[in-house]
Design a protein around this ligand. Sequence first.
Ligand code: KE4
Length: 433
Amino acid sequence: MSRYTIPNQKSASLFNQAKNLIPGGVNSPVRAFKNVDGDPFFTQRAQGSQLFDVDNNQYTDYIGTWGPAILGHAPDPVISAIYEAAKQGTSFGTPTENEVLLAEKVIDWVPSVEKVRMVSSGTEATMSAIRLARGYTGRNKIIKFDGCYHGHVDSLLVAAGSGALTHGEPDSAGIPASFAAETIILPYNDPEALEEAFSKFGDQIAAIIVESIPANAGLVFPKEGYLESLRSITKKHGALLIFDEVMTGFRLAKGGVQERFNIDPDLTAMGKVIGGGLPVGAFGGKAEIMDHLAPLGSVYQAGTLSGNPVAMAAGLAQLNEMERINGYEILEQRGTQLASGVRRIFADLDLDWSINQIGSMFCLYFTNEEIVNVDSVSKANPELFTKFFWSMLNKGIYTAPSLYETGFISTAHSVEDIDRTLDAMESSLKSIL
Ligand code: KE4
C-alpha cells in the first residue's frame, strides 16, 4: 500500500527498476525510507530550499542531502565554480592550486587544525583519523559512544550492549570480532563510565572519537562540562581526542562545535559542507600528529580522487558564499524561528514532547523523556513519528525519514518557508493524534 496521497507513479516504477539493479534500490541505506515503512521518492532536480521529484511534486527540504546543502540546492556561486573548474579538466592526480586554497580556508576557520588532508567521504576521514591516532600513539583501543555514527568504518560499526563499559559487538555482518574487540563502547554523557574505561585500559587507549554533538541518534546535547571532560581525560592518559565534525563542521559555526564550545581536539574529521555537494571529506589537526602521515611519516593513507580540483572549487565557493552572506547569522535566526514555533505548537496541543535545536540542526522527539543519549531517543513513539513523516511529506514538507536522523535548515529557507512548515506541522499533529 503506497503511503503517498500525491502522484508517485514514476518514483514507484523507478524504485522497482532500481531494486533489481542496486541492493535495496539505493546507494545508501537511509535513503530507502525503511525507518518510516514506505518507499522513497526519486528527485528530479532541486533549487534553494526546494526539491522536485520525478512526479513533479515539490517539497521544502529539511534534509539538505544529509548536511552538505547549507546554502540550499544549486547555489549559483557553487554551480559556476564547478562549471569553471570542470572546463579545465576534472582530475589530474597531481597537486593543484584549489587544494592549497581549500586547505588554507579550513585551517583558517577551524581553530585546532594546523594541517589537513583531503579525502572523498566522511567515512574515509574518520577511518584515517583513527589509523593516524593508533600509529601516532602506538596503541590499539578506541573509545566511541553508543549511538554515535562515524561512517561505515569496520572498527566503528560497533554498537554496545546497553549500559556501562562493554567491548563492542559488531553492528554489521562482515566485521571480525577481533576488530570489534579493540573498540570500547561507552554510554554518552556518562562521566563515570569514562573514568572506569580509562582506569581499566588507560595506557592502551589510542583515542576517543566522538560526534562533537551526536546527531545520528537524534540530536543529543553534551551535558555541562562533558566535552571538557573528554579533553582532560585524554590529555591525562596520553590518548588523542578526535572530534567527528563531518555533520557539524562549517555548519554550527565557521569553526564548528569546537569553536562554539571552545574545545581543542587533537584531530577533527570533516566532510559534507566542505564539498559543496561533491564527494569531499577531510581530517586535520596538530601538525606534529598530521606529519606522521605518508609520505612524511609511517601512517599510510591515500586516495585517487582526494583533493579533486572540481570538488575543491565547489567547497571553496560554498564556504566563501557562507562568509559573504553572513550565513551563520541567517541559520541561527531560522533555527530559532522553527524551534520556538514547534514549542508553541506542542504547548497549544498540550503535548509534553520536545525539540532539540542548535543553529540549523534540529530534531523533534515524540516523547516526554529528557534526551540525554540514544536510549532516551529510542523512547520516542515510532508509529506517531511515521504518521507525522508521511503527513508532512504529502503536504510538501520533507523531514527526516528516521527518528534517529537530524533535520537541517539552509540559508535558502525563507521566513515564509518556516512559517508554512509550522502550519503543516500543526495540522499534521492534529490529524495523527
Ligand atoms: P559519509 O561517509 O557518509 O560521507 O560520512 C560518514 C559520517 C561520518 N560522521 C558523521 C557524524 C556522519 O553523520 C556521517 C554520515 N551521516 C549520514 C547521515 N546520518 C549520511 C547519510 C547516509 O548514510 O546516506
